[in-house]
Structure formats: structure tokens, C-alpha cells
Design a protein around this ligand. Structure first.
Ligand code: PEP
Ligand code: MG
Length: 539
């Protein structure tokens, strides 16, 4: 038995076999090679394996998603065989006497960068493809196993770190828990774990190379402990903990179907946060009164091109229909920082959290924004939609957005496509927006406070950096005063205000939020009944 202590992201217990996602970059070291002819042979063998895998993927996709969608794997095969790509790898191995993994990784990066900088949108989208192929080729060179989700039994996923795009591609029904060596409690992967009700630990000091797939393990989210190869007694205790958790869930279930009203009659809307259409199941299961934050950018992650209008329209309409008239607040694209996609060619930034992200991308690249707005306005006919804009810092931005929304509405009108202009609000997640909240409230229908970013920008603490977790204090008086200021700014103009950051689910603050005048709390689905029980119990 081995015992490791980490930090807990979601308190719950999991028991099961581990599946290790090995750290990719450790495999791509530059190594001097004497026998370059042998290295080229190794490259050829890996290329053959890659071609075969792509052929198998094509066949599988053909059965599952049809010819048009399967074609991408044929494109990958063609790109893998491309003369320029192959020549670049070969000449690097021969001239620089380096290992094939390194030559492939560097060539892949160079080609991806080149595609990303092209004017043609189709070519830009090939950037992600060339990275995908290069990663696959590197994995085949180094013999790294890939998780086959179709055959994997439900497991505890152990990894160095997980990006949001890796997490969204996973088959959620196969994940018992997440355990990562790095990561931070405020990262989007942590948020996803909470959303899915999955026990998760970060900052666990594991040596991944020494852990074998299939080893039995326990994740104890309450004590933040990870047991590898546990004793029988520990398994028994973990099973007992799981039963207690189940009992607690049953107790909370009594709050299903009830309104979230304090004893003195003050109503607070308890909504849920989601990242995909399938998450609506968690919302309904936990009886949330609406959706307070649909992070629409998750539709854009884990793929190699932008979702088009039809795809987005279908996703938004489906969520609205499933929520059957309950409010659904969809946040427009909040890409950038840790939520990055290769196909947009955003490039590297020194300060990505303060960089080219969210509404800034939408205002700079209005064609991307307009596609999303068209899908939203059209979907609005199918339920009670509200749109919310992220990372706002000024009234001018709101006016610019309104202009674009009016243009989109005019286009739809001319095309005789049915649409509705729904309620529109903004996220308050920058100190600038807090300071301007009174003015901003005149121009929008509501505010939703994003405490994750608001804490990061108020305290000047990177929410991604787990070394700073002890300083990242969302209970900091400065943050709480910012929230109060925002509530006052909104109410002065008769607008409602909610919290959709993780702090909204902190039940030690629920009473204080209600006293501050907060009208809505939007939390992970798994926290809805906890927060409702707290509201119902307060005077
Ligand atoms: C926030 O910043 O609090 C928020 C809700 O948005 P995200 O966590 O997606 O940045
Ligand atoms: Mg945010």
C-alpha cells in the first residue's frame, strides 16, 4: 500500500483500478543519435503503424458517424504521407543527428504554426490536424499506450495534469475519479470534476512512470488522500464512506421540488452551471431552477475547427427544450487562457489570463461572434434564453456588442429566419466592471459575478498556479466588498444580480450572499440541493 496526500477538488470517495495518462512532453526530449539510418527505419515503422491506426479509425467513424465526418482520417493519412512533412523530418534526423520523436515534434510544431498563420480559414484549421498526426506519430515511436475508451472499464484517471480539451474528450461514464500531480483547484478541469460529481485530487506527488494500469486504488476526497494498492481494511472503510455519502445524498433529495426561499420569504434562484448539452441530465437530476451559466466555449474545445451555426443552434435548442421553459443563460465564447484551441491560431502570450480572450476575440473577429449570435437568437424561440457576455471591462464594449446583435437580428429578419432577441447580461469578473457596475447596469438586463476570475484579478493571483493556492483567498474582504458593490450597482437600476463563479457554492457564505442582496446563485449541479437546503434553513 502507498499513501499520498494532495488537495481535494471534489469531496467524494472512489474505489477502482487506475488508468495512467503518461506525461507527453517527457517523451519528446532531444537525444543525440549516432546511427541515423536505424532511426529512419524506426520512423518508417512508426509511420506504417500510424497509417494502419488511421485506417481503422476511418472504418470505425464510417460506421458510427458516416462518410462525411469520417473523411478527416483520410485527410490525416494524406497529411502524414505529405512529401514536405516527411522530408523535413528525415533531413532533421540526418543533418542534426537527433531522435525521431524530437524531429517529428519540432516539424509538427513548425507546420502547425505555418498553417495557423495562413489567410485561408480551411488551411488554418489544418494546424490542429498536423499536431494531431505528429502527436500520434510520437506516441507510436515511443510505444506510449493510449487509453482506449471503448474497452476501458470504469477507472480512476491518473495524470500529470489535464487540460480542459483533454477532459472534454473523455468518456465520462468511464471516469471514477481524477488524480493529478499538478493542476489547481480553480482550473477548469477541477470545475468539470465538480460538475460531474467526480471525486478529484490535485497536487498529488506521484511518479507516474512507476504506476501500472489496473492497480487498485482509493480516492478519499474528504481527507485528500490517494491510496495505491490499498489494504482490505482501507477498502472496507472507503466502501462505508461511499454508503454515508449515498445517505447524505438521500437526505438532500428531500429538497427536490422545493423552492429556494428563506424562512422570512426571500426567494433566491438556485441555478446550475454546465459545459455541454449532456450536462443537462445533472441539472435535471439535481432539480436546479434553471441554468445560470452554460460555458459555450466547451463546444469549441477538443476538435479541429469552429462549430458552425447549425451545430451550435442544435446544441442551444436542445438545452432549451430539455429545460422546458426554465431559464437558460448561455455565455458567449470565453476562449483563451487555459481554454485554448489550436485552430484559432491564437499563439503564445506572456500573460494569457490578461490577454487575447473571451469578448476581446469576439469583438476583434466578429465573424466568429456573429455565427454564435445567429445560432443563439434562432434558438431563443425554443425556451427562455438569456445571453451573457464574459470579461467585460467597459460600457463601450457593451455598446459594440449591442450593435453587432442588432446587425445579426437584421440579417435574420432579411433572411426570414425566425428569431428572438433574448434578455442580455454581462459577467462581472474584472475589477473594472465592478467599479463601473452602476453605469453598466443601465445598459444590460442582469449581472452574473464570475468570482473565479474576479478573485484572480482582484488579488493578482493566477488561478491556474497551484503554488499560489494558499494565497488565493476568495473570502478576501476585497472580493466580498466587490460583490456588494456590484449588487448595489445593479439594484440601483432595478437589475438582478447572480454569482456563477465557484464561490456561489460555498455554503459558509450563502447567508452572507443573501444578506448582500444576491438574487441568484448558479453552482455545480451537485451543489444545488446543498445550497437550497442552506437557503431554506436561514431566517
Ligand atoms: C468565473 O470566472 O468565475 C467564471 C464563472 O468563468 P470561468 O470560470 O469559466 O472563467
Ligand atoms: Mg471567468
Amino acid at each position: 500500500m502507498e499513501k499520498y496526500i494532495g488537495k481535494s477538488v471534489y469531496k467524494g470517495t472512489a474505489i477502482g483500478p487506475v488508468s495512467v495518462l503518461k506525461k507527453k512532453d517527457s517523451l519528446v526530449k532531444r537525444i543525440h543519435i549516432d546511427n541515423t539510418a536505424e532511426e529512419l527505419k524506426r520512423l518508417d515503422a512508426a509511420k506504417e503503424r500510424t497509417m494502419t491506426q488511421l485506417g481503422q479509425l476511418y472504418e470505425k467513424a464510417l460506421q458510427e458517424v458516416g462518410e462525411v465526418n469520417a473523411a478527416i482520417f483520410e485527410v490525416h493519412q494524406m497529411m502524414l504521407e505529405d512529401d514536405d512533412y516527411q522530408d523535413a523530418i528525415h533531413s532533421m534526423i540526418q543533418n542534426e543527428e537527433v531522435n525521431a520523436e524530437y524531429a517529428v515534434a519540432v516539424t509538427g510544431d513548425n507546420f502547425a504554426e505555418m498553417f495557423a498563420n495562413m489567410d485561408d480559414e480551411y488551411m488554418q484549421a489544418r494546424s490542429a490536424d498536423v499536431r494531431d498526426i505528429s502527436n500520434r506519430l510520437v506516441r507510436n515511436l515511443s510505444g506510449e499506450e493510449q487509453i482506449d475508451w471503448s474497452t476501458m472499464e470504469p477507472s480512476i484517471i491518473v495524470a500529470d495534469d489535464l487540460t480542459p480539451s483533454e477532459t472534454v474528450q473523455m468518456d465520462k461514464s468511464k471516469i471514477l475519479a481524477f488524480v493529478t500531480v499538478h493542476g489547481s483547484t480553480n482550473s477548469h478541469t477541477a470545475i468539470l470534476a465538480r460538475m460531474m460529481n467526480i471525486p478529484a485530487l490535485i497536487g498529488v506527488p506521484l511518479e507516474l512512470e512507476k504506476i501500472h494500469n489496473g492497480t487498485r486504488a482509493i480516492v478519499d476526497g474528504r481527507e485528500a488522500v490517494f491510496y495505491l494498492d490499498p489494504e482490505e481494511e482501507q477498502i472496507r472503510q472507503a466502501e462505508a464512506a461511499q454508503q454515508t455519502e449515498q445517505r447524505l445524498r438521500s437526505l438532500l433529495a428531500e429538497y427536490k421540488g422545493r423552492e429556494s426561499v428563506t424562512k422570512s420569504g426571500r426567494k433566491v434562484n438556485v441555478y446550475a452551471n454546465i459545459g455541454s448539452v449532456s450536462d443537462v441530465a445533472y441539472v435535471l437530476e439535481n432539480d436546479a431552477e434553471g441554468i445560470g451559466l452554460f460555458r459555450s466555449e466547451f463546444l469549441y474545445l477538443g476538435r479541429d475547427s469552429l462549430p458552425d451555426e447549425t451545430e451550435q443552434f442544435n446544441a442551444y435548442r436542445q438545452v432549451l427544450q430539455m429545460m422546458a421553459g426554465k431559464k437558460v443563460i448561455i455565455r458567449t465564447l470565453d476562449i483563451g487562457a487555459d481554454k485554448n484551441v489550436d485552430y484559432l491560431g491564437l499563439g503564445k502570450e506572456d500573460n494569457p489570463a490578461m490577454g487575447y480572450r473571451a469578448i476581446r476575440i469576439c469583438l476583434e473577429q466578429p465573424e466568429i461572434f456573429k455565427t454564435q449570435l445567429r445560432a443563439l437568437l434562432r434558438a431563443a424561440k425554443y425556451g427562455t434564453l438569456a445571453i451573457m457576455y464574459p470579461m467585460i471591462i467597459s460600457v463601450e464594449e457593451v455598446l459594440d456588442i449591442q450593435k453587432i446583435v442588432a446587425e445579426v437580428a437584421k440579417e435574420l429578419e432579411e433572411e426570414k429566419l425566425p428569431y428572438v432577441i433574448p434578455e442580455q447580461g454581462i459577467m462581472i469578473e474584472t475589477p473594472a466592471a465592478v467599479m463601473m457596475s452602476e453605469e453598466l447596469a443601465e445598459h444590460v438586463d442582469f449581472f452574473s459575478i464570475g468570482t473565479n476570475d474576479l478573485t484572480q484579478y482582484t488579488l493578482a493571483i493566477d488561478r491556474q498556479n497551484n503554488r499560489l493556492d494558499r494565497f488565493y483567498n476568495p473570502h478576501h474582504e476585497a472580493v466580498l466588498r466587490m460583490i456588494q458593490m456590484t449588487v448595489d450597482g445593479a439594484h440601483k437600476h432595478g437589475k438582478w444580480v447572480g454569482i456563477c463563479g465557484e464561490l456561489g457554492a460555498d455554503t459558509t457564505l450563502t447567508t452572507r450572499f443573501v444578506q448582500m442582496g444576491i438574487d441568484e446563485l448558479s453552482v455545480a449541479p451537485s451543489m444545488v440541493l446543498n445550497v437550497r437546503s442552506k437557503i431554506c434553513e436561514m431566517e
